[in-house]
Design a protein around this ligand. Structure first.
Ligand code: PLP
Length: 216
């Protein structure tokens, strides 16, 4: 089999076996087989300088990370509801590098989970419920974060406002202004819909029009 036919075969099996929400980059998707440091390699052995991948922050397959993962997986791989040394040790080491206002740590496994937690924390701290996102954002796969991910073609969640991302001459001030305008328009539309609904109900109960109409 040529690499080309291996890739086509993988592509069609992927389409059959994985859920339809999994997207692919590029018209000719890249078939990656390994990575090292800043480089990723495809099935033809072609090297790609990785300026995009957001997960391996110290480079792909960093030997220290690989060894530590393998050691821990071989020793104990469980959740956080048992007493265990590793999460406490890691929290201690991470916190020693952070400003004093950050007093404790919460560990998560995925970006979706991290964003979900950040959303919960921000709602708790501000008492607000609204979020402004950019029109092509991707924030994850959970119920809340997918509602903030127009790029995943999922309907926006409640109180989520999408605005165009800052481009060209557009600076932070214009970006913030557009966010506020979007929020204002949203509340204005909601206020108008509510008052139209109330006035319809008012008319329905008008004694001159007979018995109140029960609306579902
Ligand atoms: C900007 C951004 N936010 C959130 C996520 C979701 O992360 P995860 O797939 O680990 O849940 C991703 C993943 O690609 C991402 O790129």
């Amino acid at each position: 089999m040529t690499n080309h036919s291996i890739r086509s075969n993988l592509l069609s099996r992927r389409g059959e076996l994985l859920g339809p929400t999994y997207g692919l980059f590029y018209e000719e998707p890249l078939h990656m087989v390994r990575a090292q440091g800043v480089w990723m390699y495809d099935a033809d052995g072609r090297a790609y300088l990785d300026a995009y991948n957001n997960v391996p922050v110290v480079g792909h397959c960093h030997p220290h990370v690989v060894a530590t993962l393998a050691t821990q997986a071989a020793r104990l791989n469980t959740h956080t509801r048992y007493l265990a040394d590793a999460p406490v040790e890691l929290a201690d080491r991470l916190l020693s590098t952070m400003p004093a206002e950050i007093g404790n740590m919460v560990f998560v496994c995925t970006g979706s989970e991290a964003n979900d937690l950040a959303i919960r924390v921000s709602k708790f701290v501000t008492g607000g419920t609204g979020f402004i996102i950019t029109e092509r954002a991707y924030h994850g796969t959970s119920e809340t974060t997918s509602g903030m991910s127009p790029s995943a073609r999922v309907p926006l969640g409640r109180d989520v406002y999408a605005i165009a991302a800052p481009l060209g001459e557009d600076g932070p001030a214009q970006f913030a202004e557009r966010g506020l305008a979007r929020r204002h328009n949203f509340f204005e539309r909601r206020r108008r819909l509510r008052s139209a609904r109330l006035s319809r109900r008012g008319r329905a109960r008008d004694p001159r029009r007979g018995r109140p109409v029960h609306r579902r």
